[in-house]
Write a protein that binds this ligand. Structure first.
Ligand SMILES: *Cc1c(COP(=O)(O)O)cnc(C)c1O
Length: 387
């Protein structure tokens, strides 16, 4: 049975051309970019070319890109970096649907004297720009609101939010790990000061990412050590990873327009058909302001986890905002923030399509999912108690 991978938001396979670009930098051109001899300079050159490619994806300047070990480190760097560089200000504003990399970083700071505002979102997952405006005080040092949500795909009005921050003289960070490579981003057009990216979400390798830092932004280094990355992040560069990241961004940029159209079509086909074929289904996230690849539904009276296990038996990979998938018993904080009850949050199912998803893959899901739901509902104590 062919495996149908519909969890591209969790991670993507590394593109074969990316792997090919990386290979020479393991055993052949393995020199340390900090070494003076030409061998090291070869690696240095490769890193700088990748920096240009990554910068190009978001229309930034090369020197505004700092490579990190991933999206999580980029988020930590942005938030802690600004928090500790601006000691006279101790207030940070984030949304309540941020990735754990942002939320847990802020909780860490909260225990150390910072004040954190967790902004609510509406039923579709949108932050209200007026809420941001009203929450800013003269103690606010940073606003961090994600570009697109990893669970429900909702795309925030980043330009509006960043403009409010700028007018108030407050730094604006966005976690663009899900948006980068999928939808167009121009950092000057939207006016963000800091932006996080991760390679493995855009067909690059795992363990490498980047933080865009607008020229002139005050933040302290997060990883102390050598003078790599222009004194902003110590540690010998992950040369093959960085090269792969660069190549992946170049491929993403080239394929973007076509992929947006193709994936949106698959997404909408899946959403429309699930809503048609199964009753008691709710679409989570904004109907139109959403990532081209994201489908998230709550299916009444069935548990997300049970659906996942049954889909797995059919060799279909998906995800849920429920229990064990996240190794915790809590329902997704994102779905709860939309106003869903615990039952609805636990009955959520996320499919994220990608570069190699086909129409047949979607049709296969539509063939098996209604049967799985019917079978599970027939056994559901939840459904019985509602009858
Ligand atoms: C995956 C993800 C991260 C974490 O990135 P890593 O490279 O896995 O550390 C952060 N934010 C969002 C929105 C993500 O989807």
């Amino acid at each position: 049975m062919k495996r149908i991978y519909l969890d591209y938001a969790a991670t993507t396979p590394t593109h074969r051309d990316v792997v090919k670009a990386m290979l020479p930098y393991f055993s052949d051109s393995f020199g340390n970019p900090s070494s003076i001899y030409s061998y090291g300079q070869e690696s240095k050159g490769a890193v700088e070319k990748a920096r240009e490619q990554v910068a190009n994806l978001i229309s930034a300047h090369d020197e505004e890109i700092v490579f990190t070990s991933g999206g999580t480190e980029a988020d930590n760097f942005a938030i802690k970096g600004v928090a500790y560089a601006n000691p006279e200000r101790n207030h940070i504003i984030i949304s309540s649907i941020e990735h754990h990399a942002v939320i847990e970083t802020c909780k860490f700071l909260e225990k150390r004297g910072f004040e954190i505002t967790y902004l609510p979102v509406d039923k579709d997952g949108l932050v209200d720009p007026d809420d941001v405006r009203k929450t800013i005080t003269d103690k606010t040092c940073l606003i961090s609101i994600m570009h697109a949500n990893n669970e429900i795909g909702t795309i925030q009005p980043i330009k509006k939010l960043a403009t409010i921050a700028r007018e108030a003289g407050v730094y604006f960070h966005t976690d663009a790990v899900q948006a980068a490579g999928q939808i167009p981003i121009n950092v000057d057009d939207v006016g963000v000061d800091l932006l996080s990216m991760s390679a493995h979400k855009l067909y690059g390798p795992k363990g490498v990412g980047a933080l865009y830092i607008r020229k002139g932004t005050r933040l302290v280094p997060f990883m102390h050590g050598g003078s790599q990355e222009n004194d902003r992040r110590g540690s010998t560069e992950n040369v093959p990873g960085i090269v792969g990241f660069g190549k992946a961004t170049a491929i993403a940029l080239e394929a973007m327009t076509g992929e947006i159209e193709r994936q949106t079509r698959l997404r909408d086909h899946l959403i429309t058909s699930i809503l048609e074929q199964i009753d008691g289904v709710r679409l989570n996230g904004h109907p139109t302001k959403r990532l081209p690849n994201n489908v998230n539904v709550s299916i009444d009276y069935v548990e997300g986890e049970s659906m996942l296990l049954n889909l797995d038996l059919e060799n279909i990979c998906a995800s849920t905002g429920s229990a064990c998938s996240s190794s915790s018993l809590e329902a997704s904080h994102v779905l709860l923030a939309l106003g869903l009850g615990h039952e609805q949050a636990h009955s959520s199912l996320r499919f994220t399509v990608g570069k190699w998803t086909t129409e047949e893959d979607i049709n296969r899901v539509l063939e098996v999912l209604p049967k799985i739901v019917a079978r599970l509902r027939a056994m559901s104590p939840l459904l019985k108690s509602h009858k």
